[in-house]
Design a binder for this molecule. Structure first.
Ligand code: COI
Length: 333
């Protein structure tokens, strides 16, 4: 198998090199570039390409050229597959696979970290001590304890259920909503409807994939229905939350805080460094000043386990497809 892995980083490269060593018949090559119409030509001569990027693969040229090189498979190294244009994938007979099991725990543990950070008011505590050298235990810094909280999970798939399990183990009441209910999850979560999760959660965490019908799933109406002591955690996909409505809800104290690993417009900031706050997109300029908001750079997934598994699982499927076997993780719309 001759594979080209786009968007390569040194941490992933370790596992690419290991794969090449352990599979002498394979030739995995890498490029730092994301896949787009400008970089697709690098794929000529390869059997398969692999992608890990937040930018949409929305240029027909990319799919047309890959097909013209005889490539039949794009092996995503991500859980999410919302970047794919399936009309073009179908038109050019390109099979898509993803890596949904690289480590649901990675995102679940990051969600726990976010929840505890917000619950224990570490944002304002850090602001007080770093900006004002203020170490006073002010009344507004008093917290609650996790086992008194209701944790609401929207989207109870692999990541949502791993998250629910962790909070259940800590004694929290965990409620969840999904269009498909899995009875096995009832050991640690109570299924209910979307509105109840919105209204009753102290910690509301999103774990659905992104599809266009879910754009703005959490908007002004939901913020008004949420408890004003509740916090929102989004480590799923940015467009699930309406940025403007989120900013308004935080300013009007309709909710108490937010942890955002993803956000609409993140392409402009993730993996980039800035010199001044004025260089950030407007939404970020507003949110970054709020001590009850924390951003992480789409890094909820980013653990050693995930990085290793995303390389190995994507290449395992690449090999299966090339040898005529069914892939483990095919995806379609
Ligand atoms: C995913 O795997 O879906 C992620 O969100 C990781 C990202 C770097 C694409």
């Amino acid at each position: 198998m001759k594979a080209l892995l786009y968007s390569m980083t040194p941490e992933q490269k370790v596992y690419v090199d290991q794969w090449n060593k352990e599979h002498p018949d394979d030739d995995l090559q890498t490029t730092d570039d994301d896949l787009d119409a400008k970089t697709v030509e690098q794929a000529e001569g390869f059997d398969v390409v692999s992608v890990l990027q937040v930018f949409d693969l929305d240029e027909e040229e990319v799919y047309r050229k890959l097909a013209s090189y005889g490539i039949k498979h794009i092996a995503l190294r991500s859980v999410g597959y919302n970047i794919v244009n399936f009309d073009y994938a179908h038109k050019y007979h390109l099979l898509i696979t993803n890596t949904p099991a690289y480590s649901p725990r990675a995102v679940a543990e990051n969600t726990l970290t976010s929840a505890m950070y917000l619950l224990r008011k570490w944002g304002p505590i850090l602001k007080n001590e770093r900006e004002d050298l203020n170490f006073v235990r002010e009344a507004n810094l008093m917290s609650d304890e996790i086992y008194n909280q209701t944790v609401g999970i929207i989207g109870v798939g692999r990541i949502g259920s791993a998250t629910a399990e962790i909070f259940h183990a800590l004694g929290a009441r965990v409620i969840g909503y999904d269009i498909v209910e899995n009875p096995a999850n009832e050991a640690f979560l109570e299924y209910t409807d979307f509105e109840t999760v919105i209204k009753e959660s102290d910690i509301l965490s999103l774990h659905t994939p992104f599809t266009p019908d879910l754009e703005g799933m959490i908007s002004a109406k939901e913020f008004k229905e949420m408890k004003n002591t509740a916090v929102l955690i989004n480590a799923a996909r940015g467009p699930l939350v309406d940025n403007k409505d989120l900013i308004a809800a935080l300013k009007n104290n309709e909710i108490a805080g937010a942890s955002l690993d993803v956000m609409t417009g993140e392409e402009a900031i993730v993996m980039k460094k800035f010199n001044d706050i004025s260089e950030l997109p407007e939404d970020y300029q507003e949110l970054v000043k709020m001590p009850n908001v924390v951003f992480t750079p789409h890094s909820a997934y980013y653990t050693k386990t995930s990085v290793k598994n995303m390389v190995n699982q994507s290449m395992t499927d690449a090999k299966r497809v090339l040898s005529g076997e069914k892939p483990v993780y095919p995806v379609d719309e």
